[in-house]
Design a protein around this ligand. Structure first.
Ligand SMILES: Cc1cc2nc3c(=O)[nH]c(=O)nc-3n(C[C@H](O)[C@H](O)[C@H](O)COP(=O)(O)OP(=O)(O)OC[C@H]3O[C@@H](n4cnc5c(N)ncnc54)[C@H](O)[C@@H]3O)c2cc1C
Length: 284
């Protein structure tokens, strides 16, 4: 498994890969991972350590920054290098109404978490000499481990929205949970996943795993079809990086139309069923 991960990293054009191949790290354990990262930082002195802003990444970043006594920029939507070489971390504040850009005051390493889906994964490329692979061993500080993994469970109906190429998302405009059956049929015909607005999730029509937006997932598919979603800024925060946005809404003033590449005005129950039938026919 570690060899696969090394190959994957190598295909992203990196110069150096540091790997720990040890059964002790098969399952995620916050204490153990934090200790290992702390040791690696002390040995290799990276100027920055970035994590995915998922549950695990946020936990690790916070634990590592506390151990190293350096600052932390959580939940960023952009990371850029400043002219001084320091990183500029941009993150939403005030419930997503404003963006703040922060720079560390000379911390080394600079630590941040970046929302999954913000940056598109590059197509694999091998350019120049292969990266140096440094295989490390790290002492097991068992006495310092306070947490263990009891059970590994998958959330029921877990979905990979961040990795999806096509998302068909629904909101309050669906009118009921049953509306998601139509969306599932559309997603299946297109080979995509089903997303949702918070309103639909709060109404109990679909699980939170499908929620797109500020308090849900950030996605950047090639195609995002928004059905009966008004386009509140907290929703747009999670999907405006999509390549092509199609909005279906019966309100011509819906904000979603402002960001849409294709605006389809009308009742989604008139528009979607023939589209799904046509897609199914084409697939067949
Ligand atoms: C702190 C905070 C965090 C939030 N986080 C998120 C988040 O992560 N994700 C998120 O989505 N929201 C989030 N919200 C909520 C957000 O502000 C909106 O309330 C929510 O996105 C609205 O969902 P909606 O578009 O489905 O519903 P509505 O705003 O009610 O829009 C429904 C739309 O459906 C259209 N419609 C109705 N019937 C039909 C029909 N038959 N055919 C076609 N169109 C129809 C209407 O014209 C309307 O535009 C957050 C809010 C706060 C305060």
């Amino acid at each position: 498994m570690i060899e696969e991960a090394i190959l994957e990293a190598a295909s992203c054009g990196v110069d150096k890969i540091v790997a720990i191949d040890d059964q002790a790290y098969m399952d995620y354990q916050a204490d153990r991972y934090t200790e290992a990262l702390r040791v690696l930082v002390e040995r290799h002195h990276p100027s920055a350590v970035l994590f995915s802003a998922d549950l695990q990444g946020r936990e690790l970043a916070a634990a590592l920054s506390a151990q190293l006594q350096v600052g932390l920029a959580q939940d960023c939507i952009a990371v850029e290098a400043s002219s001084s070489g320091n990183l500029l971390f941009t993150r939403p504040i005030s419930e997503g109404k404003q963006m703040a850009t922060q720079m560390s005051a000379g911390d080394c390493p600079q630590i941040g978490t970046v929302r999954p889906g913000i940056y598109r994964r590059p197509a694999p490329f091998f350019d120049g000499p292969p990266p140096a692979v440094i295989r490390e061993t790290v002492p097991q500080f068992s006495s310092r481990l306070r947490a263990g993994q009891v059970v590994r469970a998958l959330e029921q109906g877990e979905v990979d929205l961040e990795g999806a190429d096509i998302i068909v998302a629904g909101g309050r405009g669906l009118g009921s949970a049953k509306g998601f059956e139509l969306l599932r049929a559309a997603a299946e015909a297109l080979g995509g996943q089903v997303g949702a607005s918070r309103a639909a999730v709060d109404l109990g029509w679909i699980s939170h795993a499908h929620q797109v937006g500020q308090t849900g997932k950030t996605v950047a598919p090639r195609l995002y079809i928004a059905c009966g979603i008004s386009g509140a800024m907290q929703h747009l925060a999670g999907m405006s990086g999509s390549d092509v946005i199609v909005a279906i809404n019966r309100d011509p003033g819906a904000p979603m139309f402002q960001v849409a590449d294709y605006a389809v005005e009308g009742d989604l129950y008139d528009i979607l069923p023939p589209l799904v039938e046509a897609l199914k026919l084409r697939k067949a």
